[in-house]
Design a protein around this ligand. Structure first.
Ligand code: GDG
Length: 490
């Protein structure tokens, strides 16, 4: 294999795959999800390697499955073995009960526990060991997300000289929040071992730079450039914001196929000409689902015209089901939906249709295409790809996007969406009414602009911009990205 074809190594907590067994034996396929959608096309073009945890301890014949995967998908996989204890302390513990709530500004949900922090370091070290075994000189190593902040530092400790890049998919908090973390210094030092750090928004990037300046006053920051340069004396670190996106055409064309059109038509028939509001989220307290239900309830109270004329379809995809906070959230949602539906239900109209499961792709696209309003109101979100997917699939250009000002996506889509503060139940209720009563002309005009934005700043541009900021530049990777982006633009 051509050496140049192998110059990309991606590391993420989970490997992007689903393994299961049917009557034909073991099957392996790529998982769905933002990061996979974003990176798979470039990985297969440059024959990359993806390293991560298998996500379960199933005893599948992984050597054979990985070989089959590489042959069909054009890139290789390598697994980091984690024990149940690792998963409990590193993943469920420090990553999801400390960093996740802290970085989403939800301090009250944070647990600060020395045992989980020590285990976080141990598992990051395990990842670094596997990466060090697999990496070739000259390869760009791109580590993803908050579970693996220390991997770069641990690779440097092993003497690796490769270019190291890191991308944070979730927000980065202000110093006022980060200072609560007992191990903030170690965490920041870990991040400063990368050569390039990428954040979703300008606000995240500024928060990071401000935290570094507070904790390490000797670090000089040149903030005049498109990418901030942090001068640590012996070396420099680039810090940029690169908003992640989607493959616009995949959703645009996918939503236009006959099967989806029929499913969309059927969906509307079922709801008898009402306007449909749509929420699609993983079960997560950051997504603001209870507040959204309360805002919808308030809208029904305040604007009685909505009764029998509007239905909220809320899809909640089960997630982190073993973490107590998530189990409690599930119960809260069941209760609120039950209460609101019992209060308003009349003549066969049920205000909230709550689905606690994921939709298959055809159904997801049909929901995006046919729902008149998307109600996307996270309390805090790194980006929120559902907002972009909704616009890309809105092929009739009649959808209205209601979007939280605390979603990263608001920085790009805020001008033509209806922005809401999800903590403001009254304001969100008013936005629901505004969306419901919006003229067709205004809907078209706003949605056209939203779609143009997502089409232009698609996922290929995200990868291209990120790789463009890696110094020295990885010419071949960059070339592939530019090609892919051009094809996407056409
Ligand atoms: C993290 C950050 C950041 C959802 N329901 C179904 C379904 N989905 C797919 C969507 C979308 C993905 O899941 C969710 O992506 P989000 O961006 O909304 O949220 P997180 O999972 O929290 O992702 C986030 C992201 O990383 C990328 O950087 O934007 O802020 O938290 O792609 O389509 N897919 C199917 N059925 C469903 O029912 N098939």
């Amino acid at each position: 294999m051509n050496k140049l074809d192998e110059q990309f190594l991606v590391v993420s907590n989970r490997l992007p795959l689903v393994v299961d067994q049917d009557e034909d034996g073991w099957q392996i396929k790529p998982a769905s999800g933002g990061l996979v959608t974003a990176l798979e096309p470039i990985m297969s073009r440059v024959n990359g390697l993806w390293i991560g945890w298998l996500g379960s301890s199933e005893q599948a014949p992984f050597d054979e499955l990985f070989a089959r995967f590489a042959a069909t998908h054009g890139y290789r996989l390598a697994a980091v073995p984690l024990t149940d204890e690792d998963v409990e302390l590193y993943y469920r513990g420090f990553a999801n009960e400390t960093l996740w709530p802290l970085f989403h500004d939800l301090l009250g949900r944070c647990h600060f526990d020395l045992t989980t922090w020590l285990h976080y370091q141990k598992v990051n070290d395990l990842f670094a060991e596997v990466v060090a075994e697999q990496a070739d000189d000259g390869q760009l190593i791109w580590v993803h997300d908050y579970q693996l902040a220390l991997v770069g530092h641990l690779l440097r400790q092993r003497g690796l000289k490769n270019r190291l890049a890191f991308y944070l998919h979730i927000p980065f908090p202000s110093f006022d929040l980060l200072r609560r973390l007992p191990w903030k210094k170690e965490l920041l030092q870990g991040l400063l071992s990368y050569d390039l750090l990428g954040f979703q928004t300008l606000r995240d990037r500024r928060n990071f730079v401000a935290c570094v300046r507070e904790m390490f006053p000797h670090v000089r920051a040149d903030i005049r450039r498109r990418v901030t340069l942090l001068d640590l004396g012996e070396r420099q670190v680039s810090v940029g914001n690169f908003p992640i996106s989607i493959d616009f055409e995949e959703f645009n064309q996918g939503a236009a196929v006959k099967e989806v059109e029929e499913a969309a038509w059927y969906l509307h028939e079922h709801y008898q000409g009402r306007q449909l509001l749509l929420g699609v989220d993983r079960l997560d307290y950051t997504k603001g689902i209870p507040d959204r239900f309360l805002a919808f309830e308030r809208a029904l109270e305040k604007y009685p015209e909505l009764r029998r004329q509007a239905t909220l379809i809320q899809v909640v995809v089960p997630s982190r089901t073993l973490v107590p906070d998530y189990q409690n959230l599930k119960e809260t949602l069941d209760q609120i939906v039950g209460r609101i539906n019992a209060r308003f239900n009349e003549h066969g109209w049920v205000p909230i249709h709550y689905l606690y499961r994921s939709l298959d792709r055809t159904q997801l696209l049909a929901h995006y295409r046919s729902c008149e309003i998307a109600l996307i109101s996270p309390l805090r979100d790194g980006m929120n790809l559902v907002a972009k997917e909704y616009c890309a699939a809105s092929v009739e250009e009649k959808g209205v996007l209601i979007l939280s000002e605390f979603a990263g996506a608001a920085a790009q889509l805020g001008e033509h969406a209806l922005l809401v503060n999800p903590y403001d139940i009254e304001g969100t209720a008013d936005a629901i009414w505004q969306a419901y009563s919006m003229t067709e002309e205004e809907r078209h005009q706003r949605m056209r602009q939203l779609r143009a934005e997502v089409r232009r700043n698609n996922v290929y541009r995200w990868v291209e911009q990120f790789l463009d900021a890696v110094q020295p530049r990885t010419e071949q990777l960059y070339w592939h990205c530019t090609e892919m982006r051009r094809e996407g633009d056409e």
